[in-house]
Design a protein around this ligand. Structure first.
Ligand SMILES: NC(=O)c1ccc[n+]([C@@H]2O[C@H](COP(=O)([O-])OP(=O)(O)OC[C@H]3O[C@@H](n4cnc5c(N)ncnc54)[C@H](O)[C@@H]3O)[C@@H](O)[C@H]2O)c1
Length: 254
């Protein structure tokens, strides 16, 4: 019997990488899905993949830094499925660059996509999540807990996600649980793009810093991290709220 047959889950960033893997993991467990992404082509392809797995699925193309994306997606999910039980804030952006590259536009963009957008999604979904006793999962990063080169703004935005996660958990308790997951490197277009954009020497140094500390010294597959997101929405994690789960192959273990 699928574990999430009676749940409806909202997923941001569903067109690619971890968001796509998360959508398909929930689809396999019988959940109804409300998906969003700014990449319409990718989003519709994942919608069709989930549909092919037998999932009930709706999709809305939009920019998650705009609050109307979330209110429209909430209304679509409620009209289609009647309730919302989970919100997975997966979408993100790297905005990689040296400290010299930092300017207000880059800072605002990364903070808005990685942090503000998660809060806007939570704001829109909070009423139905309260009604259903639902759960929120915010995707942060190992970069929230330790520094990574070329990612000063990214690390700041992901550290902000952890503070926000705890505050939301406190404010929405006891009806709604809110947890964060901190993945290490995942093999997705985001990490592939970063590694392709630097010189061979920089790539080796970057890989050393990303996976060199890990006890399991490789990138995670998107499916491995999607399983952690699914756990945090499911009733298997019913006593977890305000927590930060490291899914980083042991990067932060020592
Ligand atoms: N890949 C990694 O190594 C890694 C490691 C730790 C954490 N993460 C986090 O995992 C999450 C997923 O990343 P990924 O690796 O799958 O990246 P990805 O680039 O493959 O996917 C990110 C998705 O977010 C969407 N997106 C970006 N800006 C958006 C916007 N303004 N509105 C709507 N959608 C938008 C993109 O279109 C894309 O589909 C992110 O929060 C990322 O920070 C990734």
């Amino acid at each position: 019997m699928p574990r999430l047959q009676h749940k409806t889950v909202v997923i941001t960033g569903a067109a690619s990488g971890l968001g796509r893997a998360t959508a398909l993991a929930f689809a396999r467990e019988g959940a109804a899905l409300a998906l969003t992404d700014i990449d319409e082509t990718g989003l519709l392809a994942v919608r069709d993949e989930a549909d092919g797995l037998g999932a009930r699925v709706v999709a809305l193309t939009g920019d998650i830094t705009q609050s109307q994306t979330h209110s429209q997606l909430r209304d679509l999910a409620l009209a289609s499925f009647g309730a919302i039980h989970g919100l997975c804030n997966v979408a993100g952006t790297l905005g990689a660059g040296t400290i010299d590259d930092v300017d207000l536009d880059r800072f605002d963009h990364v903070m808005h996509v990685n942090c503000l957008a998660q809060l806007l999604a939570i704001q829109a979904m909070a009423p139905p999540l309260r009604a259903s006793g639902g759960a929120i999962v915010n995707v942060a990063s190992v970069g929230a807990q330790g520094g990574l080169p070329l990612m000063s703004v990214y690390c700041a935005s992901k550290a902000a996600v952890l503070g926000m996660t705890r505050a939301v958990a406190v404010e929405l308790a006891p009806e709604v649980r809110c947890n964060a997951v901190c993945p290490g490197g995942i093999d997705t277009p985001m990490s592939q793009g970063l590694l392709a954009s630097v010189s061979a020497d920089q790539r080796e140094s970057l890989l050393g810093k990303l996976t060199g500390r890990q006890l399991i010294p490789r990138f995670a597959t998107p499916d491995e991290i999607a399983a952690t997101v699914l756990f945090l929405v499911s009733d298997d994690s019913v006593f977890l709220t305000g927590s930060v789960l490291s899914a980083d192959g042991g990067h932060t273990a020592w």
